[in-house]
Ligand binder design. Structure first.
Ligand code: CUA
Length: 247
């Protein structure tokens, strides 16, 4: 009876999970990065739900069917059954592996250390992110990383929508981590090293930036904002910053 109850609880859990996933999937994706991550998540969920229902169904049926067996017998070896479930598991894991690798290997998802691959999209926007105890500074370099940034900002990272953004992330002092969940961006920030992320933000708006690596007493307050702006407004903002600094 207890096992049956456990089975029922698991079945309800799986159903709740499927319901909970629906509104999340309906959200507009704010960047190409988060879109890829959610697509993988949903694909894996669509595979996992039927497997969960099948396994729990068999479990519940078995518990119910044999509940009053007075003399339980051990299961005999069944080679065909064993080969079947081994092959089925291998196929499922292969699917999970291939699907995950396609997303994890994407330069729009995983941070790259060191040199960046060749530019594929025209006019990417290069921005350097510097973490420090306890805040964030941003250096806007335009079409490539240069010694002199076209603009700087602290606390608020501005990005143009519908344009490829390349971030190189570093730290001035200590271990931190750059994390913008709504845009699917996450990377460690190490002193003396650049980690690189790329994305194409698609929805103008304001997104929360967190430090995702415990870095001291101010860690929980090491927050920032990412403001994704329409491209023309972004260009205007950069131009205004340049004018201000040249005056
Ligand atoms: Cu910086 Cu935690």
């Amino acid at each position: 009876m207890t096992r049956r109850r456990v089975g029922l609880v698991a079945l309800f859990g799986a159903a709740l999970l499927a319901l909970a996933a629906e509104p999340v999937a309906a959200q507009p994706s704010a960047s190409t990065t988060v879109e890829q991550i959610w697509e993988l998540n949903l694909n894996l969920l669509y595979v996992a739900i039927p497997i969960t229902v099948l396994v729990e169904g068999i479990l519940i049926y078995t518990v119910w069917r044999f509940r009053n067996q007075d003399e339980p017998l051990p299961t005999m070896e069944n080679r065909r059954l064993e080969i079947t479930w081994t092959v089925a598991t291998a196929i499922i894991l292969l699917f999970v592996g291939v699907a995950s690798y396609q997303v994890l290997a994407s330069p729009y998802v995983t941070a790259e250390a060191g040199a960046q691959a060749d530019i594929q999209q025209e006019n990417p926007e290069h921005i350097e992110v510097q973490a420090y105890r306890y805040g964030w500074s941003f250096y806007y370099n335009g079409s490539s990383f240069q010694d002199n940034a076209a603009a700087t900002s602290t606390g608020t990272l501005r990005m143009p929508a519908d344009r490829e953004v390349r971030l190189r992330i570093t730290s001035r002092d200590w271990l931190h981590a750059f994390h913008v969940p709504s845009l699917g961006l996450k990377s460690d920030a190490f002193p003396g090293q650049y980690n690189r992320l790329r994305t194409v933000p698609t929805e103008p708006g304001t997104y929360q930036l967190y430090c995702a690596e415990y870095c001291g007493s101010g860690h929980s307050k090491m927050l920032g904002e990412v403001v994704v702006m329409p491209p023309d407004e972004y260009d205007q903002w950069i131009a205004d910053q340049q004018n201000q600094s040249s005056n």
